[in-house]
Write a protein that binds this ligand. Structure first.
Ligand code: FES
Length: 72
């Protein structure tokens, strides 16, 4: 099953990407100023960072925080 959303807040990465595109938000924190997600388990944060960096909104692999700590 692809990973395509913040499960705690049921926000898809596609929706979050739309908000990022509209607002210019370029980090998890900046995006959280516009839409509610990622304030519980935070497991979605590395995926959102990858989405912001690459535009990808659905993931088949597990991404841990340390895998992309160099990204925004
Ligand atoms: S999946 Fe996003 S806060 Fe838990």
């Amino acid at each position: 099953m692809p990973i395509d959303r913040c499960y705690c807040y049921q926000q898809t990465f596609a929706t979050l990407k739309e908000v990022a595109d509209e607002t210019g938000a370029a980090s998890v924190e900046a995006l959280q100023e516009h839409v509610r997600f990622g304030q519980n388990c935070e497991l979605c944060h590395p995926y959102v960072r990858r989405m912001l960096a690459t535009g990808q909104t659905s993931f088949d692999e597990v991404i841990r925080a340390e895998d992309n700590s160099a990204e925004a």
